[in-house]
Design a protein around this ligand. Structure first.
Ligand code: CTP
Length: 419
């Protein structure tokens, strides 16, 4: 029996990157021998074992055969006579199909090292097509290693898989898992580009795919194209190391611009409201977790108001807080501010980036929210025990006054009908 380190660990070592976990492949052993040596069998379908001391994964060398469409239809063949090369040939990319023996020798039958040097993602064999998740993986790897490109033949194969409906067979949980991981990488726009180039984005999130080619007013958007704007905004969010919900909200904030009638371009009046329904649709389809969905909906709806914060009257600001449930969820409101800040500062035009442009809206609204939250709503309610119907108005009025004082806006008209 021989064991080898394979996959991501070898790839990242060769790239000079830190290695998180080691996957091992075992050649020449049976499951019984593994168990006899103290390994613990895990997973019902996969012949995978955990090392008794390190808890690292050891998989028996195996071959796979496709039995049904989608990624569920696999049967595994594992036997002591499956060779290392047979195991490597069914792996996704040449850069992931390099094995390192215990003495350090590399087995690299598909020139993964050459592709690492050339910075190319290339599929190992036709077996790539047996697992459509691999399309998403390639896209996610592109976001993690932005200097890599996809080999033309691999892009062609991925396109063929998309045309054959393979991507449509993926379960939403798996799509979300890969998309969300890709968003957390250093350059999420590369993931979007790879998915677009093979036609997968149009199948998975057509609401995003249609944003390329939609113009915006050059005065505000020097990048003009809405798809490019969205790429810039998610990359900026990644550069700021923001959390997943903020990156996801940045990704979907302008979906409404995709449904503006072309004769209204480059204006997009009302795109925030139109975007809300689209964001909800995408999130329902991909079974997006609630935290990500709620922030994405909120950001689609309110990013325009946040961007205009300095011009809003204090009463309007308080209503924004109410709609955003900011009194109960101040941390989420901060995420809305972060996503909107990415929208503003992520822009890059011919004369440079907006990354250093001030975004005073954030401090302005943070200050206003702190003041409004300091109002003791419970005390006001107690004082109005006889007239409970007046409580909401009185609480709001007190908050408006608190915000006016904090922002030194005491002299502005305080009339609801002006909103
Ligand atoms: N693999 C594959 N096809 C998949 C999933 C995995 O061929 N759909 C193979 C690849 O050789 C991969 C290895 O299994 O390198 C380990 O998979 P995984 O741990 O998911 O990915 P890594 O490449 O190790 O990348 P990461 O750094 O994201 O863990």
């Amino acid at each position: 029996m021989k064991t080898y380190v394979v996959g991501g660990a070898v790839r990242d070592e060769l790239l000079g990157l830190p290695v998180k976990d080691h996957d091992h492949v075992v050649v020449g052993a049976t499951p019984e021998q593994m168990v006899a040596q103290g390994f613990r069998a895990v997973g019902k379908d996969f012949p995978v074992f955990l090392h008794p001391a390190t808890q690292e994964e050891y998989a028996l060398a195996r071959t796979e055969r496709k039995t049904a469409p989608g990624y569920k239809g696999f049967v595994f063949h594992t036997a002591a006579d499956v060779t290392l090369e047979q195991d490597l040939v069914r792996r996704d990319l040449t850069v992931n199909a390099i094995a390192r023996a215990e003495d350090g020798t590399l087995t690299d039958p598909f020139d993964g090292q050459g592709d690492i040097a050339r910075r190319v993602f290339r599929h190992v064999s036709d077996a790539f097509a047996e697992d459509p998740v691999r399309i998403l993986r390639v896209a996610r790897f592109a976001a993690r290693y932005p200097e890599f490109t996809v080999a033309p033949e691999t892009n062609a194969l991925m396109r063929r898989m998309v045309d054959e409906g393979e991507v449509d067979a993926l379960v939403p949980e798996r799509v979300w898992q890969e998309l969300s991981r890709g968003l957390m990488e250093q350059k999420p726009s590369r993931m979007l580009q790879v998915l677009r180039d093979c036609g997968a984005l149009a199948r998975i999130v057509p609401e995003l795919d249609c944003l390329w080619g939609v113009p915006q007013p050059e005065k505000w958007h020097p990048e003009v194209d809405t798809g490019i704007h969205m790429e810039q905004v998610v990359d900026y969010a990644a550069s700021q190391e923001l959390e997943l919900p903020v990156r996801f909200a940045a990704l979907l904030h302008d979906l409404g611009k995709g449904v503006t009638p072309a004769d209204k371009w480059p204006a997009h009046h009302g795109h925030e409201g139109l975007g809300v329904a689209l964001v909800k649709e995408v999130c329902a389809r991909l079974k997006v977790p609630t935290e990500c969905r709620d922030l994405a909906v909120l950001t689609a709806r309110e990013h325009g108001n946040v961007a205009r914060a300095l011009e809003l009257r204090c009463r309007t600001v308080v209503k924004l807080f109410e709609r955003a449930d900011a009194f109960r969820k101040p941390a989420r409101f901060l995420q809305l501010l972060q996503a909107t800040e990415c929208d503003a500062r992520g822009r890059i035009g011919p004369s440079g980036s907006f990354a250093d442009t001030p975004f005073p809206q954030r401090a302005h609204l943070e200050k206003a929210l702190a003041a409004a939250r300091a109002v003791n709503a419970g005390e006001i309610a107690l004082g109005l025990a006889e007239q409970p119907q007046r409580i909401p108005d009185m609480v709001r009025n007190a908050r408006v006054r608190a915000v006016q004082a904090a922002l030194a806006r005491g002299d502005e008209p305080d009339d609801d009908s002006v909103d």
